[in-house]
Ligand binder design. Structure first.
Ligand SMILES: [Zn+2]
Length: 93
């Protein structure tokens, strides 16, 4: 476990893109609630990073916002990438 607030289930790599499915991120306002989050993180050639994803929270489903859960999952993943890749038995294409 790399974070009290984020659970990783499936992480795959496809070329320059990381695909994270079945992620769970704890709600900040309601700590007993976890949101289901999926993100794809791609490093572009101009050194920008593209994040595409979805979340089941209200900010995303009703407000169409890139929500804190997607960003938090992404940040925790990037910070702990080596540990996660070794620990989860991730498939790399
Ligand atoms: Zn969210």
């Amino acid at each position: 476990m790399v974070s009290k607030d984020v659970i990783f289930d499936e992480v795959r790599r496809n070329g320059r893109e990381w695909i994270i499915r079945g992620g769970r991120v704890r709600s900040r306002s309601r700590p007993s609630t976890w949101h289901n989050v999926e993100v794809r993180i791609r490093r572009l050639r101009n050194s920008e990073v593209a994040i595409v994803g979805r979340c089941d929270c209200e900010a995303f489903t009703k407000g169409h916002m890139v929500c804190w859960h997607m960003l938090h999952l992404t940040n925790v993943f990037i910070r702990n990438r080596r540990k996660l890749v070794n620990g989860l038995g991730i498939s790399v294409n």
